[in-house]
Each structure stands twice: as structure tokens, then as C-alpha cells.
Ligand binder design. Structure first.
Ligand SMILES: [Zn+2]
Length: 527
């Protein structure tokens, strides 16, 4: 078993060195665009245009202002183009925080934005997109397939390449229409920039004729929970190591291990692999088969076992080494959780546990109340629990307004280093001896600037509750005395059998637990 090294989060699998510049004579013209959404079809937060505007919609050159110099996929595409002397033509960049199904109108408007941009950019040589891979709209269960198909129809036979999230659910429509599909290697996602650079490097090799992509896709019948997808821990470490070993073989260009996103609830949701070779279909097929079989044989190691909330809180009470990070993995906004769940906070108050930070609870109404009352004042609030009844009821409590902020900061990394975060007006409320961060926008706590920008000193804290499944680890592992994943109910809970998914292909493990095999089932029963 491999041991996770918190100091070595960075996985860079390819030569992303700009010295590999390819001289193609005339400057190539590359079009880019983004529609990025991870859709949790069970969320009742509608994903309309307003939801995208709330996060980010950029037109044309606004892309450079937002992402030039940042360690993001868009930043990587920008730098990759600079390195090769390519002209980059941005169309539209739209991203929303994970939420419910995208409305037909919103997707149509955004897709039209990209297609119009592609049409008006004359004499283009290639298209390099940044997509997520788990977007579902009212009309299209696979928005990325639709985007790639429509662009392919417009541009014809030129390189069409996209980067993708680690949570991509690959589909035939995506596979058939793109030349290269390049997903992140990391969860927490800290290699988006490298994948952007890689996408441009491989595009350059297609343009100079030295790369003729041949690719193979495999989808084992596996639907791993988010905790099992963490790439800093076995079994994912083992799978990624094998993929990287294969990528070093002659003729292999790029391999994506995609852990998939269950809550898209489409037939293709779950784990998949795309192996891309240079003009060698046989090799691509053979390697994809090997990865498929390897993961299937490891399937029992993908089962997860989070800690009961009460047990974790008692442990915190007795612990000497602090701060302890408690991951509320059931209410992760990065997977479509509402982030206004109150169950963990309620349990903390009942346990009379003090000296903690809650990051964060989404409640714009309570922020307004705090702003109206002012710094240092006391407010009577009904906090959270507004979105659904899966994550706890509104908490009726008295709170002291400790800090007010506009909720913006620049990420210090390692995720999205240099990019701007905007949580909207934000308040730190003191409730039962704990600092509760209440925001106006949903934000997954993945950067320590969250606390620094609000004057919260984590070193003096007993515990930190983060509403996050895995991403929090990138920034929090170095400062945490210990990390405990809470067995909390909710929309991003690892208990996948309870969601009643309708469209995911069956049988699939672990929804159909009997696929474990008779011997393993007996062992589990004994546990
Ligand atoms: Zn992701």
C-alpha cells in the first residue's frame, strides 16, 4: 500500500515545459471556450443563467483578465499558446457552482455564445476547450457531447481538443467528436494548469503532423464514492501510478483516469479510462483493457467507511493535538450539496463543543441580517436548512456578529492559485463559542485565504468543519493535526445506494453489491 505524502501533492505527468515549442511557421489561430458545470440532478437549486452569472460568465478577451497568470486550466491554455506563439481567440467562458439540472434556456444561450464565437473567428487552425464532463441539461444528458458535436460540425476536420475534470463521465458522443480528451490526474484538482498546457502541446503536434491520435475508452461497471476517488490515497494512487507508467511507454500520448460523478445519473456515470496513442489503435485498446481489469479487481478497496458524527465529536473533545479537520462530506457544494445544512453544527452545539470554525454555511438572508445589525451586535437568526430537508432544519440561535466582509480574496493555492474567489457579502458569527462563516454565495472551502481574509487564526482553533468531500485536503492537510471524514447524510454522501438513481447503467458496483463476489460478501457480513 502506498503512503500518502502531503508534501507531494503535485502530479505532473507530462513534459509541460515551454521549451518544447513547435515552430509551425505562421502563427496558428486557436479558439477556446468553456461551459463548465457538474450537475447533481437531485439538487433542487435550478441551474439557470442567473446561477452561471452568479459565478462567472466571461466574453471574449475578458478571459485573459480573469485567468492570465493563474494556475487554472484556462491559465494553462493561455500559457501553452504563448509558448508556441499561437494566437488564442476566446469565445465564451461560463461556469457555475455544482447544482441541479441546467435549464434548456441557459444551456442554449451559452452554447450559442460559443458557436457564434467559433463562427466569427475566421481561419482557425484548432479548437482547444476546457469542459467539465458531468453537465446535464433539461434537453441533453451529456452537454459536453453536444458542445463537441456542434463544434465539430462547424469546424470540420481540424484538431478539436478539450481538457476535462477528474469527475468527467465519458460518453460516446464526446469520444467520437473530440480528437483528444485530457482529464485531470488529481483529486483535489491541482493539475488543471498542467492539463491546459498539455492540451495545447498535443494540439501543436497534431498541427505539425507528428501526432495522429488513436484512442480507446473503457468503462468498468464501477461507481466509486467521492472519498474513494481521492488521488492521494490507495486505491487511486495505485491506479494513477499504473496509468503514469503506461504514459511513459513509447507511442502512448496521454491517459485519463476519470473517477466519474454519480449524481449526473446518466448511463455513463462512473469510472472510465481514455487511452490515447499515436497511430496505434491496438496499443490503446490493450492498455485500456489492462486498466479496466485492474480497477475491477481492486473494487472492494473502493468501499469507504466514514466516522459517525457523535464518535468524531467526542474524539475532538478529548484530543490534545489540534486543529482537527472534520469533513462534512454529505453537504459538499462542490458536488451539488446546498451548503446550508445544519446537522453538524447542531450536533456541535448539543455536545457544547467550543473553539471551532464552521466553513461555511450558505445563507444570504442571515448575512443581510448581520450587516443590518452591524459589527459586534447580537442577532436572533434562523440559520440554514432552507434548501431541502436532507441536511437539517433551520437552526434558531442567537449569534454575535464578529466580522463582516465583502467575501472576496485571491487563492493562495494549491488549487486555482492566483484566481479570484467571490463568496458575496460574508459574516463571521459567533455561535456557542464557535466561528461560523456565513456566505451569500455557495463556496467550497478549499483555500486558506478563506480564513485569513476574515481574520480567523486556525492555529488557535480546536476544530474546523469543512463542507467538502476531498478538495479541502489540498490546503488543509498541511495545517491539520488530523482529518476525520464524517458519516453525514446529504446530497454528496458516500452512501450511494440510498439515492435511487434512475439512469445509471446496471449492474454497477457498489449499487449492486453482490458484484463484490461471494467470498468478499461473507467477509463484509462478518465485519
Ligand atoms: Zn471535479
Amino acid at each position: 500500500m502506498l503512503v500518502y505524502d502531503e508534501n507531494d501533492l503535485t502530479v505532473v505527468r507530462h513534459d509541460t515545459d515551454s521549451s518544447s515549442r513547435i515552430d509551425l511557421g505562421a502563427a496558428m489561430r486557436i479558439v477556446t471556450g468553456t461551459i463548465s458545470h457538474e450537475t447533481n440532478v437531485l439538487s433542487n437549486i435550478a441551474t439557470d443563467l442567473e446561477e452561471f452569472r452568479n459565478n462567472r460568465i466571461l466574453y471574449g478577451d475578458e478571459l485573459f483578465e480573469a485567468f492570465d497568470g493563474t494556475k487554472t486550466p484556462a491559465g494553462g491554455i493561455i500559457d501553452g499558446c504563448k509558448a508556441h506563439g499561437f494566437e488564442l481567440i476566446p469565445t465564451l467562458f461560463a461556469a457555475a457552482v455544482p447544482s441541479g439540472t441546467i435549464t434548456a434556456e441557459a444551456f442554449d444561450t451559452l452554447l450559442t455564445g460559443i458557436l457564434d464565437g467559433v463562427r466569427s473567428a475566421s481561419n482557425i487552425d484548432a479548437v482547444v476547450l476546457h469542459l467539465h464532463g458531468a453537465g446535464v441539461s433539461e434537453l441533453y444528458p451529456d452537454i459536453e457531447g453536444k458542445i463537441l458535436e456542434d463544434i465539430r460540425q462547424l469546424v470540420g476536420d481540424i484538431p478539436l481538443v478539450t481538457t476535462l475534470d477528474f469527475h468527467v463521465n465519458f460518453t460516446d458522443r464526446m469520444f467520437d467528436n473530440a480528437d483528444l480528451l485530457i482529464g485531470y490526474d488529481t483529486y483535489p484538482h491541482i493539475d488543471g494548469y498542467e492539463r491546459g498546457v498539455e492540451a495545447v502541446n498535443l494540439t501543436a503536434r497534431m498541427l505539425d503532423g507528428s501526432l495522429k491520435p488513436t484512442k480507446a475508452m473503457r468503462q468498468p461497471p464501477m461507481l466509486p464514492a467521492l472519498q474513494a476517488q481521492f488521488t492521494g490515497r490507495y486505491p487511486m494512487t495505485k491506479v494513477l501510478e499504473e496509468a503514469h507508467r503506461m504514459e511513459a511507454m513509447p507511442g502512448v500520448e496521454t491517459i485519463t483516469v476519470a473517477a466519474g460523478f454519480p449524481w449526473s445519473d446518466i448511463p455513463e456515470a462512473g469510472m472510465s479510462f481514455v487511452v490515447t496513442t499515436n497511430d496505434n489503435q491496438q496499443l490503446a485498446d490493450a492498455l485500456a483493457d489492462t486498466l479496466h481489469d485492474m480497477v475491477w479487481n481492486l473494487r472492494r478497496d473502493f468501499l469507504v467507511n466514514p466516522t459517525p458524527v457523535g464518535e468524531a465529536l467526542r474524539h475532538v473533545k478529548a484530543a490534545e493535538q489540534t486543529p482537527i479537520v472534520l469533513a462534512d462530506i454529505g453537504d459538499n457544494p462542490g458536488a451539488g450539496g446546498p451548503e446550508d445544512g445544519t446537522m453538524i453544527l447542531e450536533a456541535i452545539l448539543q455536545e457544547q463543543l467550543e473553539g471551532g470554525v464552521i466553513a461555511v454555511i450558505w445563507d444570504p438572508g442571515v448575512v443581510t441580517q448581520a450587516v443590518d445589525a452591524g459589527d459586534g451586535q447580537t442577532v436572533d437568526i434562523r440559520l440554514g436548512g432552507h434548501t431541502d430537508d436532507l441536511h437539517g432544519a433551520p437552526l434558531h440561535v442567537t449569534a454575535r456578529v464578529k466580522t463582516l466582509s465583502d467575501g472576496t480574496f485571491t487563492n493562495e493555492g494549491p488549487m486555482g492559485t492566483g484566481a479570484q474567489t467571490d463568496m458575496g457579502p460574508t459574516a463571521v458569527l459567533e455561535i456557542g463559542g464557535n466561528d461560523v462563516i456565513v456566505t451569500s454565495k455557495r463556496y467550497q472551502p478549499l483555500d486558506l485565504q478563506l480564513y485569513k481574509s476574515l481574520g480567523i487564526d486556525l492555529a488557535s482553533k480546536r476544530f474546523i468543519v469543512v463542507k467538502s468531500s476531498v478538495h479541502f485536503r489540498a490546503a488543509h492537510e498541511p495545517i491539520a493535526a488530523e482529518i476525520i471524514e464524517l458519516d453525514a447524510p446529504g446530497l454528496s454522501s458516500p452512501r450511494l445506494t440510498g439515492f435511487g438513481f434512475k439512469n445509471i447503467r446496471r449492474p454497477i458496483f457498489p449499487l449492486d453489491i453482490e458484484m463484490l463476489g461471494i467470498t468478499e460478501l461473507k467477509t463484509l457480513e462478518q465485519d
